[in-house]
Design a protein around this ligand. Structure first.
Ligand SMILES: C[C@@]1(CC(=O)O)C2=NC(=C\c3[nH]c(c(CCC(=O)O)c3CC(=O)O)Cc3[nH]c(c(CC(=O)O)c3CCC(=O)O)/C=C3\N/C(=C\2)[C@@H](CCC(=O)O)[C@]3(C)CC(=O)O)/[C@H]1CCC(=O)O
Ligand SMILES: NC(=O)c1ccc[n+]([C@@H]2O[C@H](COP(=O)([O-])OP(=O)(O)OC[C@H]3O[C@@H](n4cnc5c(N)ncnc54)[C@H](O)[C@@H]3O)[C@@H](O)[C@H]2O)c1
Length: 192
């Protein structure tokens, strides 16, 4: 059983440290920004590859620091993602983050992660996060692609309409719960 508890982070109001601006760092930044274009990210790396620089250059809130990792960069950070090509540096980042109670992900190294990055589907206001418990990231990717394909864009209209309806409801909490459940009931009704 997958015992991970997913949460939906407001990364535009949190400080994320990403260490390593190579191939894996670029992939992590790219998925982070795809889902959260305004994510506040400080990227520290000895070197950045061209793709990383292009991605960061187009982003709203990505700060680049060309330097070797140092624990001082953990100051004021809520989340850390380590993606250098040196396992011992990634381990050091892991331990120094843990000392400060900062949540840490060492890319591609499940045993050094407090959290995993997931496959993420966004359709307007709807967001679905997928994890395979680290068993098969490729399956998370394929499921993400499949859901992106099959979920209609109109699903966002449905959410907006239901939100507008919700705002018109007068009455107490119990009444609102009942009304919202009634109007959305057909979404889960089984065909006879
Ligand atoms: C979902 C996604 C999100 C993201 O990265 O943002 C993600 N990996 C993605 C793709 C992907 N990663 C890898 C491949 C190559 C094929 C392969 O090796 O399987 C592909 C496929 C591809 O690229 O086509 C390599 C890989 N990844 C991990 C290991 C280590 C291991 O398994 O032990 C290795 C081997 C490294 C090596 O041997 O060098 C581990 C992790 N990867 C996770 C997330 C976490 C678990 C998520 C879950 O619970 O399912 C976890 C545990 C930690 C973490 O990194 O957070 C993203 C798809 C995004 C999308 O497309 O939507
Ligand atoms: N199974 C394995 O051994 C294996 C194989 C391949 C990749 N990986 C994983 O891939 C990741 C990195 O691979 P990549 O393909 O992105 O490598 P890469 O060489 O493309 O990028 C590594 C980046 O880290 C930076 N860097 C190196 N030392 C640093 C330091 N001390 N401080 C700051 N930045 C530093 C480099 O400048 C570079 O930008 C790691 O998470 C690693 O665990 C593991």
């Amino acid at each position: 059983m997958n015992q991970l508890y997913p949460i939906f982070l407001k990364v535009h109001q949190l400080n994320v440290l990403l260490v390593g601006g190579g191939f894996v760092g670029t992939e992590k930044l790219s998925f982070l920004l795809k889902s959260s274009p305004k994510a506040q990210v400080t990227a520290v790396s000895k070197e950045f590859n061209a793709e990383f620089l292009e991605l960061a250059g187009q982003a709203a809130n990505v700060t680049l620091i060309q330097d070797a990792y140092d624990e001082k960069y953990l100051g004021g950070k809520h989340l850390v993602i380590a993606a250098t090509n040196f396992p011992e540096i990634n381990k050091q980042i892991h331990y120094e983050a843990k000392e400060r109670y900062i949540l840490v992900n060492v890319a591609d190294t499940p045993e050094l992660c407090d959290f995993y990055l997931g496959g993420i589907v966004t359709k307007g206001n709807l967001k679905i996060a997928i994890s395979t418990n680290g068993k098969s990231p490729t399956t998370a990717k394929r499921l993400r692609q499949m859901l992106e394909e099959v979920l209609p864009e109109e699903i966002d209209e449905l959410l907006e309409n239901l939100n507008a309806y919700r705002d018109t409801l007068k009455g107490d909490f119990e009444y609102k719960v009942k009304a919202m459940n009634e109007i959305t009931g057909m979404l889960v009704e089984k065909k006879g």
